[in-house]
Design a binder for this molecule. Structure first.
Ligand code: FAD
Length: 136
C-alpha cells in the first residue's frame, strides 16, 4: 500500500449525520462514509484540487486509482500521465526541468501534508443524484 493510502477504517473520517447533510447541500457518500469533497484521479488536476481543498479545511478524500496490471496496460496508473514520462520542462518553478515521477510524488506529498486522505483504489461507479452523490 502507498503511504497515506486506504483510510476506509479510519475512525477520524466523518460519518453520515443529518446536520451535515443539511449544511453541505450536496454530499458525497462512499462505502457508507460521508465526505464534502471526493476527488477521483491522481494526476496534476487531482492533487491541485486536493491541496486547495485541504488548506481550506474541507478534508478532501482522493481516490488515486489502483496499482493493478489492468491500469498499467491501460496507462491509467496512479499519479497520472506525468508519472510515465521523464523530463518535464515546462512546469513553473523548475528552471532545470524535473522528472515526471518526482514531480507527481511531490504533488501527492504536498496534498498529504495538509490532511488530504487517500484511497489507492479505482472508482467503479458514481451515482449523481442529489442530495447525496454515491461513489463506489
Ligand atoms: C508521455 C507523456 C509526456 C508528457 N509530458 C508533458 C510535459 O512535459 N509537460 C506537460 O505540461 N504535459 C505533459 N504531458 C501531458 C500531461 O501529462 C497531462 O496534461 C496531465 O497529466 C493531465 O493531468 P490530469 O490530472 O488532468 O489527468 P491525468 O494525468 O491523465 O490523470 C488521470 C488520473 O485519473 C486516474 N483515474 C482514471 N480512472 C480512474 C478511476 N476509475 N478511479 C480512480 N482514478 C482513476 C488515473 O489513475 C490518473 O491518476 C505528457 C503526457 C504524456 C503521456
Amino acid at each position: 500500500m502507498r503511504s497515506g493510502g486506504d483510510i476506509i477504517s479510519d475512525p477520524a473520517a466523518s460519518k453520515p449525520r443529518d446536520a451535515v447533510w443539511s449544511r453541505v447541500g450536496i454530499a458525497l457518500q462512499f462505502n457508507g462514509w460521508l465526505k464534502k469533497i471526493l476527488i477521483i484521479g491522481s494526476g496534476p488536476a487531482a492533487w491541485t484540487c486536493a491541496l486547495y481543498a485541504a488548506r481550506a479545511n474541507l478534508s478532501p478524500l482522493v481516490y488515486e486509482g489502483a496499482i493493478s496490471e489492468e491500469n498499467r496496460l491501460r496507462g491509467t496508473l496512479p499519479l497520472g500521465q506525468l508519472n510515465a514520462t521523464t523530463d518535464v520542462e515546462n512546469y513553473p518553478g523548475f528552471p532545470k526541468g524535473i522528472l515526471g515521477p518526482e514531480l507527481m510524488e511531490a504533488m501527492r506529498d504536498q496534498a498529504l501534508r495538509f490532511g488530504t486522505r487517500v484511497v489507492t483504489e479505482d472508482v467503479v461507479s458514481v451515482e449523481l443524484v442529489p442530495p447525496a452523490f454515491h461513489v463506489k
